[in-house]
Structures are given as structure tokens and as C-alpha cells.
Write a protein that binds this ligand. Structure first.
Ligand code: 13P
Ligand code: SF4
Length: 363
């Protein structure tokens, strides 16, 4: 995503404020900007002073998103790739804990920090390494692909990792006619539908006595909701300039109704392409609401409908007021353990294999 960033060369409070106002993000009022500008200023000052990389997931609220430079923003895949390339000693991950863990696995020598270690994810939280072992016992010899939305212990049991940006491609490239996909049940069913006749997707369920998980945000979008957005907001089917975007984590009947489905960055890229090619008029995205807040800023000519009652409570835990103390602690040389992501060395070694294998497909 190419959202503006609040990082300026001339870091005075006034210049930072000016830059935020100039972004013209329709979801930011002058009240928000005045209330947070000095915190943004201090964060950017310390970020620069200590050469801290601040990775920002597309779901961060606009002021938090803006403290990451453009090349530090993105979806789970882009952020994993950026995490590999960084030379900085400190990485602050503005996203949820499994994402920060992935950055740590890829940079075991670096200090990876997250503003709130309790920022979980229903997919990762409801799935364990034992669940993978149970499935492997049920389907011996079948490779296991694990969605990046999982914790390191579960990844350590798997053959390859994927994100929503590369799951379809990697599933096809994995050897054999069958593939176990965990932990997201809707994503698995969506892959099953899309790959029908090409690859058999196995996943947790009653017939194999295991339990998968669903995203607590994306499960809230029903087919009725989507059809009503089409009707009331005028997003006609098969219209080039009115688009209904859906994330892979939505239910199969919702994905089937989409004009486009993909990762958060793939959705953003499709919007960008359509805007460049003569105009996208209206769009609705069945995903976390702050993604739309950031896209509204980037594409001011597009009219977006929003569903901001649907929020990821985990992503929302990452705030400017929780990020600033991390940078203050770096500055004063204080203890960082409250924010530092640590993992047992053995888990890092084992979990890095499926992640590295994923990156080898993606590069
Ligand atoms: P992306 O990888 O598409 O950014 O998605 C991550 C996520 O958590 C979606 O809910
Ligand atoms: Fe997890 Fe869903 Fe939140 Fe993404 S939106 S972090 S999948 S709970």
C-alpha cells in the first residue's frame, strides 16, 4: 500500500502536524491530529535517532500506520520480506503477536518489540502444535501448509508456511495431490473451492477429530450483509468501476460473491490499478475497517463504504501511546522485556524452515 507517511526530514512538531494534515485522511479530524501530533513527533524523532524499523500492518489505524515509512507498511507477506532485509538492530512490529514472532524467527539476532504482547489473533490462539501432530497422524505423509496466522510452536510442526498473498500459488507448487491446510477453516474451504480438480485440501474437522479456527472479524460478514451492501451502496455485479473486495478469511459463500478476493495488499494493488486505468468509483472491502481508512487516504477519488462495527480487537490494541514508551526505553537504555518478543532457540530453528520455504516460493 502506498499510503503517505508522517516521516519528514525536518522533524519539528509543526512540520509533523503539517504533514499529517496534508494527508487529508477523511477519518482523521483536527481533534485527533491535535491530540496526537506531539506523540507522533516524539516517536519519529526517536525512530530516526536510533534507526528503528517500525513495521506497520495494513490494519493499523491511520496515525499509527503513518509512523511507518512506505517500505515498512504492508500485508503479512510484505512485512515478513521487509523483516528479512532490515539492518537495524531494533524492529517494532505494529501488528499482532504472531506477526512479531515471524519477524523474530527471521531475525533471531535482532531485538523485536511489540507494543502489546497480548495482541493475539483468534486463528493463532485457537490452534496448537498438538492439533498439527493429530492431523499428521490422521494423514501420514501428506504435507502440511500452515497459514502465517499461527504461533511458532505450531509452525515448527509444518512443512511450509503461507500468507493470504501466496497460499494458492504455494498449494499448487507443493508436491503431491493432497495438502493439509491449517488452521483457518474458511480459508481452507475457499482453497478447496478454488483448487478443485488440481489439489485436494484436507483440514481440521469432525471426520478427523480435530478443531480448526476462524477469524473473529471475517466470520462476521454474511452473504446477506454483502448482498445488502451491493444493493444499498450500488455496487453492481460485473461492473469494472464498482468493486466488492473480500479477504480470503471470509466464509466461502462470501468469497464466491466477491468481485475480487486476495490479501490486504493485493486488494490495495487492485484498487490502485483500477484507479490508474480510468477510474474506480465505488468500493467495499469485507475486511478490517482500518484497511479502508488507510485506502480512503490513498485513493481520495474512490467512494468507499465502511463497516466499522467490525474491528479486530487485537490489532486495535496497538496505539501511539503504547508505542512511544518503547522508543523512550530504547533511548534511555532501559529494560525492554515488557515488549520484547522472545522464543526458545529450538522453536526458532524449527519454525524458520516452513517460513524460509515460503519465502523461497515468493522471491
Ligand atoms: P494479510 O496478510 O492479507 O494482510 O492478512 C492478515 C490478517 O490477519 C487478515 O486478517
Ligand atoms: Fe487475526 Fe482476524 Fe485479527 Fe487478522 S483480523 S489478526 S485473522 S483476528
Amino acid at each position: 500500500m502506498e499510503s503517505s507517511s508522517a516521516v519528514t526530514h525536518d522533524l519539528t512538531l509543526e512540520s509533523v502536524k503539517e504533514e499529517i494534515y496534508s494527508r487529508n485522511n477523511p477519518t482523521l479530524t483536527p481533534i485527533d491530529i491535535e491530540a496526537h501530533a506531539s506523540t507522533v513527533h516524539r516517536i519519529l524523532e526517536l525512530k530516526k535517532k536510533h534507526d528503528v524499523v517500525i513495521l506497520g500492518h495494513n490494519y493499523m489505524e491511520p496515525l499509527v500506520f503513518g509512523i511507518s515509512e512506505q517500505n515498512e507498511q504492508g500485508d503479512s507477506l510484505a512485512l515478513s520480506m521487509t523483516a528479512v532485509q532490515t539492518d537495524s538492530q531494533y524492529i517494532i512490529f505494529n501488528g499482532v503477536r504472531f506477526m512479531a514472532e515471524t519477524a523474530k524467527i527471521l531475525n533471531p539476532e535482532k531485538t523485536v518489540l511489540i507494543a502489546d504482547k497480548t495482541a493475539g489473533c483468534s486463528l493463532a490462539d485457537d490452534f496448537s502444535a498438538q492439533d498439527v501432530r493429530n492431523l499428521k497422524e490422521k494423514y501420514p505423509g501428506v504435507p502440511v501448509m500452515i497459514y502465517i496466522n499461527s504461533y511458532a510452536e505450531a509452525k515448527a510442526e509444518c512443512d511450509v508456511c503461507c500468507t493470504s498473498a501466496n497460499a494458492e500459488q504455494i498449494a499448487l507448487e507443493m508436491p503431491g495431490d493432497e495438502l493439509i491446510f491449517v488452521p483457518d477453516l474458511f480459508f481452507a474451504q475457499n482453497l478447496e473451492m478454488v483448487l478443485k480438480g488440481k489439489k485436494k485440501i484436507l483440514y481440521p474437522g469432525n471426520d478427523n477429530g480435530t478443531k480448526g479456527a476462524v477469524c473473529q472479524v471475517h466470520e462476521k460478514f454474511s452473504l446477506e450483509d454483502i448482498l445488502s451492501v451491493r444493493r444499498t451502496f450500488g455496487i453492481d455485479r460485473d461492473s469494472e468501476n464498482r468493486m466488492l473486495y473480500v479477504h480470503w478469511e471470509c466464509k466461502p459463500e462470501v468469497l464466491q460473491e466477491a468481485d475480487f478476493y486476495g490479501s490486504t495488499t493485493q486488494i490495495s494493488n487492485d484498487i490502485s490499478r483500477r484507479v490508474r486505468n480510468g477510474g474506480l468509483e465505488k468500493a467495499f472491502i469485507a475486511s478490517e475497517c482500518e484497511l479502508t481508512s488507510n485506502l480512503m487516504e490513498e485513493f481520495p477519488t474512490v467512494e468507499f463504504a465502511t463497516a466499522c462495527s467490525i474491528r479486530c480487537s487485537h490489532m486495535a490494541q496497538i496505539s501511539l501511546d503504547k508505542i512511544r514508551p518503547i522508543l523512550e526505553a530504547i533511548d534511555s537504555g532501559s529494560d525492554l522485556s515488557k515488549w520484547e518478543v522472545t522464543l526458545p532457540e529450538k522453536i526458532v530453528q524449527r519454525a524458520s524452515k516452513p517460513i524460509q520455504r515460503m519465502l523461497s516460493f515468493s522471491s
